[in-house]
Design a protein around this ligand. Structure first.
Ligand SMILES: [Zn+2]
Ligand SMILES: [Zn+2]
Length: 270
Protein backbone atom coordinates (compact mmCIF):
# COMPACT_ATOMS: atom_id res chain seq x y z
CA UNK A 1 0.00 0.00 0.00
CA UNK A 2 2.97 2.28 0.72
CA UNK A 3 3.89 2.33 -2.97
CA UNK A 4 0.42 3.57 -3.91
CA UNK A 5 0.62 6.20 -1.17
CA UNK A 6 3.96 7.40 -2.55
CA UNK A 7 2.65 7.38 -6.12
CA UNK A 8 -0.51 9.23 -5.11
CA UNK A 9 1.74 12.05 -3.87
CA UNK A 10 2.92 12.76 -7.44
CA UNK A 11 1.21 15.83 -8.89
CA UNK A 12 -1.37 14.32 -11.33
CA UNK A 13 -0.67 17.15 -13.77
CA UNK A 14 2.85 15.82 -14.31
CA UNK A 15 1.40 12.39 -15.05
CA UNK A 16 -1.11 14.01 -17.42
CA UNK A 17 1.55 15.90 -19.37
CA UNK A 18 3.72 12.76 -19.54
CA UNK A 19 0.81 10.74 -20.93
CA UNK A 20 -0.16 13.39 -23.49
CA UNK A 21 3.39 13.78 -24.81
CA UNK A 22 4.26 10.07 -24.92
CA UNK A 23 0.98 8.92 -26.53
CA UNK A 24 1.04 11.78 -29.04
CA UNK A 25 4.57 10.77 -30.06
CA UNK A 26 3.71 7.06 -30.32
CA UNK A 27 0.56 7.75 -32.34
CA UNK A 28 2.48 10.01 -34.73
CA UNK A 29 5.06 7.27 -35.22
CA UNK A 30 2.79 4.23 -35.51
CA UNK A 31 -0.73 5.55 -36.16
CA UNK A 32 -2.85 2.47 -36.54
CA UNK A 33 -5.38 1.50 -37.71
CA UNK A 34 -6.53 5.01 -38.67
CA UNK A 35 -4.49 7.83 -40.08
CA UNK A 36 -5.95 11.28 -39.80
CA UNK A 37 -4.70 14.81 -40.25
CA UNK A 38 -5.05 17.80 -37.93
CA UNK A 39 -3.84 15.68 -35.03
CA UNK A 40 -2.44 18.67 -33.10
CA UNK A 41 -5.66 20.60 -33.67
CA UNK A 42 -7.64 17.59 -32.44
CA UNK A 43 -5.48 17.38 -29.31
CA UNK A 44 -5.90 21.12 -28.68
CA UNK A 45 -9.71 20.97 -28.72
CA UNK A 46 -9.80 17.89 -26.49
CA UNK A 47 -7.22 19.40 -24.12
CA UNK A 48 -9.46 22.43 -23.53
CA UNK A 49 -11.89 20.05 -21.80
CA UNK A 50 -9.06 18.92 -19.56
CA UNK A 51 -8.31 22.53 -18.58
CA UNK A 52 -11.84 22.76 -17.17
CA UNK A 53 -11.36 19.41 -15.43
CA UNK A 54 -8.15 20.68 -13.80
CA UNK A 55 -9.96 23.79 -12.58
CA UNK A 56 -12.54 21.50 -10.94
CA UNK A 57 -9.84 19.53 -9.11
CA UNK A 58 -10.31 21.23 -5.75
CA UNK A 59 -14.11 20.76 -5.84
CA UNK A 60 -13.73 17.03 -6.60
CA UNK A 61 -11.00 16.70 -3.96
CA UNK A 62 -13.25 18.42 -1.40
CA UNK A 63 -16.14 16.03 -2.22
CA UNK A 64 -13.87 13.02 -1.75
CA UNK A 65 -12.08 14.09 1.42
CA UNK A 66 -15.33 15.19 3.11
CA UNK A 67 -17.06 11.90 2.24
CA UNK A 68 -14.24 9.59 3.33
CA UNK A 69 -13.70 11.59 6.54
CA UNK A 70 -17.40 11.18 7.31
CA UNK A 71 -17.34 7.41 6.60
CA UNK A 72 -14.25 7.05 8.77
CA UNK A 73 -15.45 9.06 11.74
CA UNK A 74 -18.94 7.50 11.75
CA UNK A 75 -17.69 3.99 10.88
CA UNK A 76 -20.55 3.88 8.41
CA UNK A 77 -21.16 1.18 5.80
CA UNK A 78 -21.45 -2.58 5.33
CA UNK A 79 -17.74 -3.29 5.78
CA UNK A 80 -17.97 -1.93 9.33
CA UNK A 81 -20.61 -4.58 10.13
CA UNK A 82 -18.47 -7.56 9.12
CA UNK A 83 -14.85 -8.49 9.77
CA UNK A 84 -12.77 -8.77 6.61
CA UNK A 85 -9.00 -8.53 6.06
CA UNK A 86 -7.85 -5.01 5.16
CA UNK A 87 -6.45 -6.09 1.78
CA UNK A 88 -9.84 -7.62 0.93
CA UNK A 89 -11.62 -4.38 1.79
CA UNK A 90 -9.23 -2.39 -0.43
CA UNK A 91 -9.55 -4.80 -3.37
CA UNK A 92 -13.33 -5.10 -3.05
CA UNK A 93 -13.46 -1.30 -2.83
CA UNK A 94 -11.67 -0.88 -6.18
CA UNK A 95 -14.07 -3.37 -7.80
CA UNK A 96 -17.14 -1.69 -6.27
CA UNK A 97 -16.04 1.80 -7.40
CA UNK A 98 -15.54 0.37 -10.89
CA UNK A 99 -19.00 -1.24 -10.75
CA UNK A 100 -20.52 2.12 -9.82
CA UNK A 101 -18.92 3.66 -12.93
CA UNK A 102 -20.35 0.80 -15.02
CA UNK A 103 -23.94 1.45 -13.87
CA UNK A 104 -23.66 5.25 -13.98
CA UNK A 105 -22.21 4.95 -17.51
CA UNK A 106 -25.10 2.75 -18.62
CA UNK A 107 -27.61 5.26 -17.14
CA UNK A 108 -25.75 8.00 -19.10
CA UNK A 109 -26.75 6.20 -22.30
CA UNK A 110 -30.36 5.57 -21.27
CA UNK A 111 -31.60 8.94 -19.95
CA UNK A 112 -31.88 11.57 -22.72
CA UNK A 113 -30.76 14.56 -20.63
CA UNK A 114 -27.67 12.66 -19.45
CA UNK A 115 -26.93 11.46 -22.98
CA UNK A 116 -26.77 15.13 -24.09
CA UNK A 117 -23.80 15.53 -21.73
CA UNK A 118 -22.21 12.14 -22.32
CA UNK A 119 -22.45 12.29 -26.13
CA UNK A 120 -19.63 14.89 -26.04
CA UNK A 121 -17.28 11.98 -25.31
CA UNK A 122 -18.86 9.88 -28.07
CA UNK A 123 -18.85 12.71 -30.63
CA UNK A 124 -15.16 12.21 -31.47
CA UNK A 125 -14.90 10.92 -35.05
CA UNK A 126 -11.11 10.47 -34.71
CA UNK A 127 -10.66 8.48 -31.53
CA UNK A 128 -7.11 8.68 -30.21
CA UNK A 129 -5.48 9.05 -26.79
CA UNK A 130 -6.72 12.66 -26.48
CA UNK A 131 -10.34 11.42 -26.59
CA UNK A 132 -9.67 10.35 -22.99
CA UNK A 133 -9.78 14.07 -22.16
CA UNK A 134 -13.02 14.87 -23.98
CA UNK A 135 -15.68 14.75 -21.27
CA UNK A 136 -18.32 17.38 -20.56
CA UNK A 137 -17.30 18.85 -17.14
CA UNK A 138 -20.49 17.80 -15.29
CA UNK A 139 -19.64 14.17 -16.08
CA UNK A 140 -16.77 14.36 -13.59
CA UNK A 141 -19.18 15.32 -10.80
CA UNK A 142 -21.71 12.72 -12.00
CA UNK A 143 -19.28 9.78 -11.93
CA UNK A 144 -17.59 10.97 -8.72
CA UNK A 145 -21.02 11.15 -7.01
CA UNK A 146 -21.69 7.52 -7.96
CA UNK A 147 -18.27 6.44 -6.70
CA UNK A 148 -18.83 8.25 -3.39
CA UNK A 149 -22.34 6.86 -3.01
CA UNK A 150 -21.10 3.28 -3.26
CA UNK A 151 -18.22 4.17 -0.92
CA UNK A 152 -20.73 5.32 1.71
CA UNK A 153 -22.96 2.24 1.29
CA UNK A 154 -20.05 -0.18 1.73
CA UNK A 155 -17.93 1.97 4.07
CA UNK A 156 -14.93 1.95 1.75
CA UNK A 157 -11.45 3.23 2.53
CA UNK A 158 -9.99 6.23 0.68
CA UNK A 159 -7.05 4.00 -0.35
CA UNK A 160 -9.40 2.11 -2.74
CA UNK A 161 -10.41 5.42 -4.32
CA UNK A 162 -6.80 6.60 -4.60
CA UNK A 163 -5.69 3.37 -6.30
CA UNK A 164 -8.69 3.51 -8.65
CA UNK A 165 -7.95 7.12 -9.63
CA UNK A 166 -4.25 6.41 -10.01
CA UNK A 167 -4.98 3.62 -12.50
CA UNK A 168 -7.76 5.49 -14.29
CA UNK A 169 -5.91 8.12 -16.35
CA UNK A 170 -3.23 5.83 -17.88
CA UNK A 171 -5.88 3.20 -18.65
CA UNK A 172 -8.13 5.78 -20.34
CA UNK A 173 -5.17 6.87 -22.51
CA UNK A 174 -4.33 3.27 -23.42
CA UNK A 175 -7.98 2.41 -24.20
CA UNK A 176 -8.46 5.32 -26.62
CA UNK A 177 -5.00 5.32 -28.20
CA UNK A 178 -4.72 4.88 -31.95
CA UNK A 179 -2.15 2.09 -31.66
CA UNK A 180 -1.94 -1.58 -32.57
CA UNK A 181 -2.25 -3.95 -29.65
CA UNK A 182 -1.43 -7.65 -30.02
CA UNK A 183 -4.33 -10.10 -30.17
CA UNK A 184 -3.26 -11.94 -27.01
CA UNK A 185 -4.13 -8.81 -25.02
CA UNK A 186 -7.79 -9.26 -25.95
CA UNK A 187 -7.68 -13.04 -25.74
CA UNK A 188 -6.20 -13.12 -22.25
CA UNK A 189 -6.55 -9.76 -20.49
CA UNK A 190 -9.88 -9.18 -22.26
CA UNK A 191 -11.49 -11.54 -19.74
CA UNK A 192 -10.55 -9.24 -16.90
CA UNK A 193 -9.92 -5.66 -18.04
CA UNK A 194 -11.34 -3.30 -20.66
CA UNK A 195 -8.71 -3.54 -23.40
CA UNK A 196 -8.37 -0.83 -26.10
CA UNK A 197 -10.12 -2.98 -28.71
CA UNK A 198 -13.02 -3.64 -26.32
CA UNK A 199 -13.49 0.05 -25.46
CA UNK A 200 -13.27 1.12 -29.11
CA UNK A 201 -16.40 -0.96 -29.85
CA UNK A 202 -18.15 1.43 -27.44
CA UNK A 203 -17.19 4.32 -29.79
CA UNK A 204 -18.74 2.70 -32.90
CA UNK A 205 -21.43 4.88 -34.54
CA UNK A 206 -23.95 2.06 -34.74
CA UNK A 207 -25.98 2.31 -31.55
CA UNK A 208 -26.11 -1.48 -31.25
CA UNK A 209 -22.42 -1.27 -30.36
CA UNK A 210 -22.44 2.18 -28.69
CA UNK A 211 -24.74 0.72 -26.06
CA UNK A 212 -22.25 -1.96 -25.01
CA UNK A 213 -18.93 -2.35 -23.18
CA UNK A 214 -19.70 0.27 -20.51
CA UNK A 215 -16.87 -0.91 -18.24
CA UNK A 216 -14.10 1.43 -17.08
CA UNK A 217 -11.28 -0.72 -15.67
CA UNK A 218 -12.78 -4.22 -15.48
CA UNK A 219 -14.80 -5.92 -18.22
CA UNK A 220 -16.35 -8.36 -15.74
CA UNK A 221 -19.46 -6.16 -15.26
CA UNK A 222 -20.27 -6.18 -18.99
CA UNK A 223 -19.74 -9.94 -19.15
CA UNK A 224 -21.82 -10.44 -16.01
CA UNK A 225 -24.71 -8.16 -16.95
CA UNK A 226 -24.87 -9.07 -20.65
CA UNK A 227 -23.61 -5.84 -22.29
CA UNK A 228 -20.37 -7.22 -23.73
CA UNK A 229 -20.01 -7.02 -27.54
CA UNK A 230 -17.13 -7.36 -29.98
CA UNK A 231 -16.34 -5.99 -33.43
CA UNK A 232 -13.00 -5.93 -35.30
CA UNK A 233 -11.30 -2.55 -34.79
CA UNK A 234 -10.64 -2.23 -38.55
CA UNK A 235 -14.42 -2.15 -39.16
CA UNK A 236 -15.27 0.43 -36.52
CA UNK A 237 -16.57 3.82 -37.66
CA UNK A 238 -16.05 6.22 -34.78
CA UNK A 239 -18.23 9.00 -33.47
CA UNK A 240 -21.85 9.95 -33.97
CA UNK A 241 -23.42 10.67 -37.37
CA UNK A 242 -24.94 13.89 -36.06
CA UNK A 243 -21.46 15.23 -35.15
CA UNK A 244 -19.63 14.37 -38.36
CA UNK A 245 -19.20 17.89 -39.76
CA UNK A 246 -15.81 19.41 -38.92
CA UNK A 247 -17.31 22.47 -37.21
CA UNK A 248 -19.06 20.09 -34.77
CA UNK A 249 -15.71 18.78 -33.59
CA UNK A 250 -14.60 22.10 -32.13
CA UNK A 251 -14.45 22.75 -28.39
CA UNK A 252 -16.79 25.74 -28.68
CA UNK A 253 -19.49 23.74 -30.45
CA UNK A 254 -19.10 20.73 -28.16
CA UNK A 255 -19.29 22.73 -24.94
CA UNK A 256 -22.59 24.24 -26.18
CA UNK A 257 -23.91 20.99 -27.66
CA UNK A 258 -25.82 19.72 -24.57
CA UNK A 259 -28.05 22.80 -24.90
CA UNK A 260 -28.75 22.24 -28.61
CA UNK A 261 -31.50 19.91 -29.80
CA UNK A 262 -29.60 17.41 -31.91
CA UNK A 263 -31.53 14.41 -33.18
CA UNK A 264 -29.68 11.13 -32.97
CA UNK A 265 -29.25 9.81 -36.51
CA UNK A 266 -29.59 6.06 -36.72
CA UNK A 267 -28.74 3.74 -39.60
CA UNK A 268 -32.39 3.12 -40.52
CA UNK A 269 -33.01 6.86 -41.07
CA UNK A 270 -30.46 7.09 -43.86
ZN1 LIG B 1 -20.49 5.88 -23.28
ZN1 LIG C 1 -14.30 6.32 -24.46
Amino acid sequence: MEIFYQLSMIDPNYILIGLIVSFFAMEMAFSYPFKFGYKLNHLFHNFLFQLIAISMGSLLGFMMITTFDWIDSNEFGLFYLITVPFWFKILAGILLIDMSDYWFHQIDHKIPVLWRLHRVHHSDTSVDASTALRFFPTELIYFTSGELLISVIFGLDIISMNIFLFLLLPILFIQHSNLRYPVWIDNILGWLIVTPNIHKVHHEQDQFYTDSNYGTLFIIWDRLFGTFKTKPVKEIKYGLREFEENKKQSFLYLIRSPFINIQRIKDDKI
